[in-house]
Ligand binder design. Structure first.
Ligand SMILES: [Zn+2]
Ligand SMILES: [Zn+2]
Length: 381
């Protein structure tokens, strides 16, 4: 249950929180988040040609939480560019982590604009944040306990998630995009890119002139967390590596990330991040080898992410990321999983095998979506 709770990016450098026009028709709108990264980047994207900006409205990328300061950030931005909520002609949701989903339903009603997202992400939206969410939170808490989390910590996660849910407003009937689909939004042409890893249904959008709406798939200052849910794709880490490899090959001149400063060197950043995940895979394998009695995912998270595990707001995400690494090693036959009589799952060192991260194609799931690597490259047109 990646990012069901906040603080996916605990130590983000808070550079400028001011509204900023990156280039004509591209506005970065930092919006406050009362947890975790503390700021999420929304974007208002108009037509690439100055003369046409605003004439077909604005595309809003991700939505502010249902809090007065977050709403004010977006309203102030609209005022500044001489627009109004009704000027928003399209809303994009890169993924449904709470800092990005926000009050999408409210902005859908205010603007009358369609909300676009990938089908795989819509799948997670209602179970996580809809009317049945409180039951889902309890289920996730039970899963956390089976991965070694003390019961009182798991209960605290549920309390926190229930509070967080009050800051969200789900959109009605979002319009579902498919991987590779071309779409015109607010006077510009884009291609939808399915980029699983941080979230199963994570969406990036590539504008025809080389601007990438990146969400949390690739971030400039920190490594995106690898998302894992009890029902997620089997190897989110392999997905993330495949997504980074595919993104790095795109003709991108400007990256618009969900957190941190926009940047230009996508290939370089994707390579750095891939190296970081690869080193961590080796670390996890070593920790397993050094634990004759095996490790729970919770114990592994404490070893890998002591800071995050000390913070109740980031504990769930850290645990989920640990499970993702262990799942990856299991698929590589480098880890084995055992369930004890008490129901607690421990992981043990598996057979010796080639420890090649990313060699496991992510096409092992039953998802309807194609894997970024199963096609070699994404479709070109
Ligand atoms: Zn996220
Ligand atoms: Zn985020």
């Amino acid at each position: 249950m990646q990012d069901a709770l906040p603080l996916e990016i605990a130590d983000l450098e808070l550079d400028s929180q001011a509204l900023h026009e990156l280039e004509p028709g591209i506005w970065r709108v930092p919006a406050p988040v009362p947890f975790g990264a503390r700021v999420v980047n929304l974007y208002l994207l108009g037509a690439p040609v100055a003369a046409a900006q605003g004439s077909q409205g604005w595309c809003l990328v991700d939505c502010p939480l249902d809090t007065p300061p977050a709403e004010a950030a977006l309203r102030d931005a609209l005022d500044r560019i001489g627009a109004s909520p009704a000027s928003i002609s399209a809303i994009i949701l890169t993924h449904v982590h709470p800092d990005h989903l926000g009050a999408a339903g409210r902005w859908q009603r205010l603007s009358g604009a369609p909300v676009y997202m990938l089908a795989a992400e819509k799948r997670d939206m209602a179970p996580l944040w809809g009317d049945a969410a409180n039951t889902a939170f309890l289920d996730v808490a039970r899963v956390c306990v089976t991965h070694g989390m003390p019961a009182d910590e798991a209960q605290a996660l549920v309390t926190r998630a229930v509070q967080l849910r009050r800051l969200l407003d789900l959109p009605d009937h979002p319009t579902l995009l498919a991987h590779g689909q071309r779409i015109h939004l607010a006077g510009a042409a884009y291609r939808a890119l399915w980029t699983p890893g941080h979230a199963d249904g994570h969406l990036c959008l590539l504008r025809d002139d080389g601007v990438l709406v990146a969400g949390d798939a690739v971030l400039p200052a920190l490594r995106p967390t690898v998302g894992w849910y009890p029902w997620s794709r089997p190897d989110p880490l392999a997905d993330q590596l495949a997504s980074l490899a595919a993104l790095g090959d795109l003709p991108v001149r400007l990256v618009l990330p969900g957190h941190g400063r926009p940047f230009t060197d996508l290939r370089g950043r994707a390579s750095v991040l891939a190296g970081s995940y690869a080193r961590e895979i080796v670390t996890v394998a070593r920790l397993l080898a050094e634990a004759p009695d095996g490790l729970t995912a919770y114990a592994l998270a404490q070893a890998l992410y002591p800071e995050r595990m000390r913070n109740p707001g980031s504990r769930l995400v850290a645990l989920a990321e640990s499970v993702a690494f262990l799942a990856h090693l299991r698929i590589l036959s480098r880890a084995e999983r055992q369930t004890g009589a008490d129901g607690v799952i421990t992981y043990h060192r598996g057979d010796e095998g080639a420890l090649v991260s990313g060699a496991v194609a992510s096409g092992t799931s039953g998802s309807d979506e194609p894997s970024p690597t199963s096609q070699g490259v994404w479709p070109q047109d």
